[in-house]
Each structure stands twice: as structure tokens, then as C-alpha cells.
Design a protein around this ligand. Structure first.
Ligand SMILES: [Zn+2]
Length: 315
């Protein structure tokens, strides 16, 4: 019987036993019994001595482990360390840097950086339902010199400009529910409206600021606008839910991650979005769900770095 894990200490103790690591993953990856990742057969035999299974069907790669086909595949790092890194990423409220993971778990910082990115990759949403009810949509800029984004943000709310060295991020939030975030190329009408239509059910109440890019959504949504040059809240018409999310995100990025290259920004968004959307869970539940997402999400170092070996792994 698997124990309920609620604290880092409990997790460290439990996962110090390799059999517990394996069983924890198996229970989430194959809740209905172990199946061969190659052919799907349930006719598999566990080889205790080698800590792997063998499929009884005749095909290549008949032997597999709990790591095969997951974000852990091909990694020489032990499962205990992977799971502990994962615990840190999903449960540290403002995020955790690869330096912290490197120190906490005793692996090189570069390994920790790579693991952290693979873990973030596992946190990405699979199939998703559209948001409904009361929806806030807003954009912000991340990066560049604007460490303290709040005043900069006010400025751009009025001027409508971000900086050249900043990346535009769009957020869509269902009040009392979940948030979706996307790195967008611009704040132009076509791009922002496509995101709204992709994520929000027609007929929902949509609250945005007075950005012209949102004009034209009235046909499909009950669109209400708050003009931030005048006021921040007009009854129910505000984007304060997203403002809170942005401040969490920026606290994480400026406090924890030394710098985030635009190329990797979406992974940090995925990480913060995952924690936010599952904020009502216990640490153990949030972790358990993350482990359930490890399958079919491999990410190689080349994919991760865009095949540039000179990339510095500093976050
Ligand atoms: Zn098979």
C-alpha cells in the first residue's frame, strides 16, 4: 500500500527505496496493469534482477523499464533524484532554479537545468476544454531590464508598447478556475482574438482592458472593457485575477530564475500555470498528478537547446 506523501521529508524517505520509486510510477503510468510500450501487450514478465519487464510478443525492444517512453528515458540520473527534482518544481510556490535543485539533490547544475526543463515539459496540458463563465484576458511583457514590471506595465497600458527585449505573454483566466498562458508574437488583434476563440467558449462573459485588439469579439462574447487609464475596477469588470497571476509569475522569474531567454519562456509559463491551476491540491496530490504526465513527453537536449551547444544553462 502506497503511503500518502504530503511533505518533502516524507517524499525523500519514501523514494530513497528504488522499489518504491518504481511502484509509484507504475501505479500512475499503468493504472490498469503494465503494458508493453512497443505493442501494448499486457503479456509481460517482470525481471526482478534487471529491474525491467520483457514483452512476450516478438518484436524489437522487448525489454523496457518504468522510464521507457517518459521524460526520464535515457537519463543516467536515478529515479529517486528525478522524483525529488519533480517534487521541488511542482511544489515551490515561486519556482525553483536549477542551482537550488543542484544543491538540494546533489547533481550538477547543468543536469538539474536539463531535468527541470523536462519536468516542465511534463506539466504541459494535454487535451483541454474551453473556459467558460467569467473570463479575464490580458497581456503582459516579460524579460528585458524591467525587473519591476508594475510601473512599466502601467506605462505600456497607456502607450501600448513593450520593449524590443521583452516577450509578450497572453493570459486567459476563468474566475474561480484555471488560467491559460501563451507566448504571443505581438499584441495585434488577429493573434489575441485567435487565442480567445481557441480557449474560451462562445457566450462567456469576457473582461479585458481597453486595448483595441479586443474590439470585435462582442459578436461571440459578452465583452466588457475596463479602461485602465481611468480606473482598475468597474464592478465585475476588471482583470485583477490575471494581475495577481502576473505578479506571481514575475516574482518567480525575477526572484528565482536569473534570466529567462525568450526561447525558454513558455516552459516557465507552463510551470507557473501548472502550480496556479492546481493550487488547491496538497503538495502530494500536485506531485502525483505531475508524475502521471511523464509519459510520451520525451525531450532531448538538442530539442531543448535548439541544437545550439553554446546555450548557457543558467536558469
Ligand atoms: Zn510488446
Amino acid at each position: 500500500m502506497e503511503p500518502v506523501l504530503n511533505t518533502l521529508k516524507e517524499a525523500i524517505e519514501y523514494f530513497s527505496n528504488p522499489a518504491n520509486c518504481r511502484e509509484y510510477i507504475v501505479a500512475r503510468r499503468w493504472p490498469d496493469g503494465v503494458t508493453c510500450p512497443q505493442c501494448g501487450s499486457t503479456n509481460v514478465t517482470f525481471l526482478e534482477k534487471y529491474n525491467r519487464w520483457q514483452c512476450s510478443a516478438r518484436h524489437d525492444a522487448r525489454q523496457f523499464t518504468a522510464k521507457t517512453g517518459t521524460i526520464f528515458e535515457d537519463s543516467p540520473i536515478g529515479m529517486d533524484k528525478w522524483l525529488m527534482a519533480m517534487w521541488h518544481v511542482v511544489n515551490c510556490k515561486n519556482g525553483v532554479s536549477s542551482y537550488e535543485v543542484h544543491r538540494a539533490i546533489g547533481i550538477s547544475q547543468k543536469s538539474a537545468w536539463f531535468m527541470d526543463h523536462r519536468i516542465r515539459h511534463a506539466l504541459t496540458l494535454g487535451t483541454i476544454n474551453k473556459l467558460s463563465g467569467q473570463i479575464e484576458a490580458d497581456e503582459t511583457y516579460i524579460g528585458g531590464k524591467a525587473r519591476n514590471m508594475h510601473s512599466a506595465k502601467r506605462a505600456r497600458k497607456i502607450t501600448g508598447t513593450g520593449g524590443k527585449d521583452k516577450t509578450a505573454v497572453m493570459g486567459i483566466l476563468e474566475r474561480g478556475g484555471k488560467v491559460r498562458t501563451t507566448v504571443v508574437g505581438s499584441r495585434r488583434k488577429k493573434e489575441l482574438q485567435a487565442e480567445v476563440r481557441k480557449h474560451v467558449e462562445a457566450g462567456a462573459a469576457l473582461y479585458t482592458d481597453a486595448l483595441l485588439s479586443y474590439e470585435g469579439l462582442e459578436g461571440d462574447y459578452a465583452h466588457k472593457v475596463v479602461d485602465h487609464a481611468v480606473q482598475y475596477v468597474d464592478g465585475r469588470v476588471h482583470t485583477n485575477g490575471l494581475e495577481n497571476f502576473w505578479s506571481l509569475l514575475k516574482r518567480g522569474i525575477s526572484g528565482t530564475y536569473i534570466s529567462v531567454e525568450p526561447f525558454h519562456l513558455f516552459r516557465y509559463l507552463d510551470e507557473q500555470t501548472y502550480r496556479y491551476n492546481n493550487r488547491k491540491m496538497t503538495d502530494g496530490e500536485r506531485f502525483s498528478m505531475a508524475v502521471s504526465g511523464i509519459v510520451g513527453k520525451r525531450l532531448t537536449f538538442d530539442q531543448l537547446t535548439g541544437k545550439t551547444v553554446t546555450t548557457t544553462c543558467v536558469n
